[in-house]
Write a protein that binds this ligand. Structure first.
Ligand code: ADP
Ligand code: ADP
Length: 230
């Protein structure tokens, strides 16, 4: 079943050339997809459209069978909570320890305390962070911070995980560790969408690759590599 559907979607910010131009694709439940393309090709715009942070100028977007363009304003926050997101710069709460950073994602949606006390340690153990529960983000390496961000993104069991340049601030060793975790997460059933510039990772992983260039989807390959088209 498709979990993300773009039907002839365009987005033009002001007057001028569209950031995204007439894009159509489907991502099915359980897929692992890379979105690649040079800077300015429209990748972030794609992510923002999926999160309903911006509206398309034309076309239709469906996520989990919901028509995003027709979604009520008051449903948006709840909708976004169904999507796990991680970013290049981790975006952790700096004054809270690792446990609290993950628990916070559950507290805001009023998950019962007993469930939090069960699920947070479980997620931290999956990410190899049990011994870091009481550390502050500043006491962690970049790779560890990204694993905390992943634990936080996943603790509420989202159908989709969006990762926007998740290895952009990591060295090769930590980058591979994060990619292996994303692969594990995907094997457990979560649909994973990764925006990246990391050619080496994309080429080695042999996953589906959607390539953007100047707002146009120029290729969509099932076991692709980083395109040579730019
Ligand atoms: P990428 O993530 O691949 O670098 P973006 O989606 O950020 O690409 O940008 C695609 C195009 O849209 C670029 O030409 C960029 O300058 C333009 N753009 C992005 N965000 C805005 C904005 N808020 N206002 C105007 N133009 C924007
Ligand atoms: P890496 O080499 O993987 O980037 P670091 O050298 O940054 O990792 O950190 C190695 C270990 O030391 C990590 O487990 C991290 O949690 C710990 N660490 C790093 N900085 C501090 C700090 N200021 N206080 C406590 N522990 C730290």
């Amino acid at each position: 079943a498709p979990v993300i559907v773009f039907e002839r979607v365009s987005k033009t910010y002001q007057k001028g050339t569209p950031a995204i131009n007439n894009i159509s694709f489907q991502i099915r439940k359980g897929e692992f997809v890379f979105i690649v393309g040079s800077s300015g090709s429209g990748k972030s715009t794609l992510i923002k459209l999926i999160l309903k942070e911006i509206e398309p100028t034309n076309g239709k977007i469906y996520v989990n069978f919901k028509d995003l363009t027709r979604m009520r304003h008051r449903q948006v926050a709840k909708y976004r909570r169904g999507i796990g997101v991680v970013f290049q710069n981790f975006r952790l709460l700096k004054d809270r320890n690792v446990y609290e950073n993950v628990a916070f994602a559950q507290r805001v949606i009023e998950v019962p305390g007993s469930t939090i006390r069960r699920q947070v340690p479980f997620m931290l153990s999956l990410m190899g962070l049990l011994d870091k529960q009481k550390s502050l983000p500043t006491e962690l390496s970049g790779g560890e911070q990204q694993r905390v961000a992943l634990a936080r993104a996943l603790v509420n069991n989202p159908v989709i995980l969006l990762a926007d340049e998740p290895t952009g601030n990591l060295d090769p060793k930590n980058s591979w560790e994060i990619m292996k975790l994303l692969e594990d997460i995907n094997k457990r059933g979560t649909t994973v969408v990764v925006v990246t510039h990391n050619k080496e990772i994309v080429d080695k992983m042999q996953k589906r690759v959607i390539t953007m260039n100047k707002g146009i989807l120029i290729s969509d390959e099932q076991r692709g590599g980083y395109s040579h088209a730019y």
